[in-house]
Design a protein. Structure first.
Length: 131
């Protein structure tokens, strides 16, 4: 159990860091290009960015991404799974369909908010006509 828990925690942290970085890069890229991503384009951008981290291995895989535009930025979710090595030994006598320790799900979520600096500047200068 301790080995699997350590592997799970490591994979979860690496995935969370990659998802955070991808979300921030998505918002930054969108601001630089001056137009919003399509839903598919945003998902593809995040998937490519996270995959560039190279955190997947033969026992850890990222299964899916969900990218949702919000009023202030994006939410980014990733679903992954990790195969267990030692925990399945606790169920060696069970039929295959009753085993629950073969795989461990890992899910992470990030909410990225675009910079509010232009709004603060407009409020300070009273230049609200540009909105």
């Amino acid at each position: 159990g301790a080995v699997e828990t350590t592997r799970h925690n490591r994979n979860e942290v690496q995935l969370a860091n990659a998802v955070d970085a991808a979300g921030l890069a998505l918002v930054r890229q969108e601001q630089e290009q001056g137009e919003p991503f399509s839903d598919e384009g945003a998902k593809e951008f995040v998937a490519n960015y996270v995959n560039a981290f190279g955190i997947e291995d033969d026992m850890f895989s990222i299964d899916d991404f969900a990218v949702t535009r919000t009023g202030t930025g994006y939410t980014v979710e990733a679903d992954a799974s990790m195969e267990n090595v030692f925990l399945p030994m606790l169920e060696i006598w069970k039929p295959e369909e009753e085993k629950v320790f073969d795989e461990w799900a890992i899910n992470t979520f990030a909410e990225i908010v675009r910079s509010l600096e232009p709004d603060i500047e407009r409020e300070a200068t009273g230049q609200w006509d540009e909105i």
